[in-house]
Design a protein around this ligand. Structure first.
Ligand SMILES: Cc1ncc(COP(=O)(O)O)c(C=O)c1O
Length: 403
């Protein structure tokens, strides 16, 4: 429904623009028939988990796509991170961004390794290598860097710092499946990289993840650790955990991989549509993807510059939610403001000015195969309308908790 005056906004009592809810991260689902065939086959085989043929095929296909030597798929990316961290013998302190999903930090803290939060480059939203270097102490054992939104970190600079200080370099590539850095696929950098195949990710296996690496010994260790340390029947040679991916999950992953080009094309089309529709909306900047690289365009992220929009990011968010557009504030409020880190390091924010600013300004919008071009047009019309009337709308929005 088109808004003609501010009273038409759902937050001020009008009808919602959408009758159904539009989510960020609705799953991309490939060919249903292919998926169901695979599920039927695995049921017939009665091989549901434990290094089944579908898991093996999925790992092989990932290696082929990325050009990596080894891939170990897992039940989710958080477990994959925990296993990789342990396999790399990380201890003491590890430098991480605070502007990431909390699992990046939790995977360290869970093993009593201190995540030391570094600030980011406000242009790229990724770790600022200069800030990383300033945080290195004798207790630092590694750097865990996230390729936020699938846009690669300053990989060369991080490799240079890690090499000079003899630190391990691990990448949280949860967002970056099928993306590239200087023409080479993400997955080939640092000691290892970890992907997430969670339902909200570009490629999903319902729940799932993977560690990829080009190091033979590390891969062997990670494979053992993912399966309780079993090196054969009754033979446990390592401390391990259950990080295995199941066969139905691999069936979903293989099916999704057959549609990767379609997912990218769809995401890119959506991205371009948002870009065009929002280009002249004051105070709104859509993140840029480097078109010279391969991107999965899975994230539509706006930076809101409140002095220009005259309405805060949070009020835009509330307005959109009322219209059934369930935009998200990824990664609000930043890991350093979440527990237990907030209690451990109450003043961390003082060292993270770019992170703090960005956490207040970002807004993620719906995209993916579950939404249509006309949905995007309507979402952009809403954003434009709310901002055009920002100064008038802002004071009228009832704040949560204000009755
Ligand atoms: C950057 C980042 N790291 C790690 C994870 C954890 O992934 P998973 O849900 O597969 O454990 C996610 C996603 O949910 C993420 O966005």
């Amino acid at each position: 429904m088109i808004k003609r005056n501010v009273n038409d906004l759902a937050i001020l009592g009008g009808e919602p623009a959408f009758t159904h809810k539009l989510h960020v991260g609705r799953p991309n689902i490939g060919n249903r028939e292919r998926l169901l065939d695979r599920i039927r086959d695995l049921l017939d085989r009665r091989w549901l988990t434990n290094q089944g043929p579908l898991v093996h095929e999925f790992e092989t296909k990932i290696c082929e796509l990325l050009g990596t030597k080894h891939c170990i798929v897992t039940c989710n990316a958080t477990t994959a991170l925990e296993i990789a961290i342990r396999a790399l013998n990380l201890t003491g302190e590890v430098i991480v961004p605070s502007f990431t999903f909390v699992a990046t930090a939790h995977a360290l803290q869970w093993q009593e390794i201190t995540p030391v939060f570094s600030d980011i480059d406000p242009q790229t939203h990724n770790l600022d290598p200069r800030c990383v270097e300033a945080l290195i102490t004798p207790r630092t054992s590694g750097i865990l860097a996230t390729h936020v939104w699938g846009r690669p970190c300053a990989i060369d600079e991080l490799i240079e710092i890690a090499t000079r200080h003899r630190l391990k370099l691990l990448f949280d590539a949860a967002h970056a499946f099928s993306c590239s850095y200087r023409g080479r696929k993400i997955g080939n950098f640092g000691e290892a990289e970890v992907f997430s195949f969670h339902a909200t990710k570009f490629l999903n296996t319902f729940e799932g993840g993977a560690v990829v690496t080009n190091e033979d010994e590390l891969a062997g260790k990670i494979r053992l650790m993912t399966n309780f340390g079993f090196a054969g029947y009754d033979q446990v040679t390592y401390l391990g955990i259950n990080g295995k991916m199941s066969e139905p999950a691999a069936a979903m992953g293989l099916t999704g991989m057959e549609s990767l080009d379609e997912f990218v094309a769809n995401n890119r089309r959506h991205y371009k549509r948002y870009q065009e529709a929002l280009a002249d909306v004051p105070g709104v900047r859509l993140i840029r993807y480097d078109e010279a690289e391969q991107n999965n365009y899975q994230y539509i992220v706006l930076e809101i510059d409140e002095p220009k929009t005259h309405i805060s990011r949070d009020l835009i968010l509330l307005s959109l939610h009322a219209e059934n557009v369930l935009a998200r504030r990824y990664f609000y409020p930043g890991c350093h403001r979440m527990e237990p880190y907030r209690s451990y390091f109450p003043h961390a924010g003082l060292l993270l000015p770019a992170t703090e600013r960005l956490c207040q300004g970002v807004l993620s919008l719906p995209t993916g195969t579950a939404i249509e071009a006309h949905d995007i047009d309507l979402i952009c019309d809403l954003i434009r309308f709310v901002i055009e009337h920002g100064a008038e709308v802002s004071p009228r929005i009832p704040l949560p908790g204000n009755g």
